[in-house]
Design a protein around this ligand. Structure first.
Ligand SMILES: Nc1ncnc2c1ncn2[C@@H]1O[C@H](COP(=O)(O)OP(=O)(O)OP(=O)(O)O)[C@@H](O)[C@H]1O
Length: 284
């Protein structure tokens, strides 16, 4: 589902529509079935941006088109269920929203809320628990008897169980160890391969380099750059002004360029870096 922001401004204080702007005249497109990363410093407006996609927040001015639905300042809260079913959202620390007495009931809650029958929701719970890498035996457990990483997976399964077309992830791997983080990121990449549109807010530039097709950089509520990660991470003006940090491979390449190596463009993944170094050592 294509998502189009057109001149979207969000003022947190409606009495002062030009100050305390969460978003300031943002226009851009999020492409259907792509993996798009949204990055920017703390407080730059990333969460504010994505909360407009399922109308959790309404724009003060401008429009957001989500498939065939247009969200405007006048959009009211009635009839938002179809949109919320299409656009699933995994919030930061989603495990804090688990509340049912069993894992199965927790995963079933979303689909039943959107009109699935009990047996359809149960079937979805059995499918999704496996998809997030957990055993079906956990379904009968209390979510609160699971480890933090397992709870995170259950919460993600709950969002996936409604089969949303677009999945928004607000720092879904925060606090996970490197192995857990990689597994979760690969799960989302696989969902994209199966046809989902993925939108990821992250502070981890290695995840952007390794998983995203597109990225957007937000600063003080404004969109200041967008494009494929390889291009955006090579924008000198962003790096000079510390508006963007580099993935580890690119930072390492930058160090090497002070020691005699030359990179036309900074490599952003470990594979690209390895290839470049090999070529230069071989004198290719
Ligand atoms: N409910 C609110 N009321 C008033 N101001 C808010 C509210 N929520 C966010 N803001 C302000 O809007 C700006 C953008 O916040 P937002 O949470 O979108 O940033 P973010 O980039 O997601 O930050 P982080 O990386 O810390 O999650 C910040 O200045 C923040 O203080």
């Amino acid at each position: 589902m294509e998502i189009i922001f057109e001149h979207v401004t969000h003022a947190y204080d409606p009495n002062s529509p030009t100050v305390n702007l969460g978003l300031d005249d943002v226009s851009f497109k999020i492409q259907d079935k792509k993996f798009t990363a949204i990055v920017g410093q703390t407080g730059s407006g990333k969460s504010t941006l994505v909360r407009h996609i399922n109308a959790l927040l309404k724009p003060t001015s401008g429009t957001i088109t989500v498939g065939d639905r247009v969200i405007t300042p006048e959009t009211n809260n009635k009839n938002l269920k179809p949109l919320r079913k299409q656009v699933g959202m995994v919030f930061q620390f989603p495990e804090s929203q688990l509340f049912e007495e069993t894992v199965e009931k927790d995963i079933m809650f979303g689909p039943m809320n959107f009109g699935a029958s009990e047996s359809e929701a149960r079937e979805a719970a059995h499918k999704m628990i496996k998809l997030v890498g957990l055993d079906e035996s956990h379904l009968s457990q209390s979510p609160f008897d699971l480890s933090g990483g397992q709870m995170r997976r259950v919460a993600i399964a709950g969002v996936l169980a409604s089969d949303p077309e677009t999945i928004i992830l607000d720092e879904p791997t925060a606090g996970l160890d490197p192995v857990g983080r990689k597994e979760i990121m690969e799960l989302f990449k696989n969902l994209q391969r199966q046809g989902k549109t993925i939108i990821l807010i992250t502070h981890n530039m290695d995840d952007v380099a390794n998983f995203a097709d597109e990225m957007a950089v937000i600063h003080r509520g404004k969109l200041i750059a967008e494009g494929i990660p390889q291009e955006v991470f090579n924008k000198q003006e962003l790096l000079q002004d510390d508006l963007l940090t580099l993935p580890k491979s690119a930072a390492f390449a930058k160090d090497l360029s002070r020691k005699g190596f030359h990179f036309d463009r900074l490599p952003i993944t470990i594979n690209e870096l390895g290839t470049e170094i090999k070529q230069q050592l071989n004198g290719d």
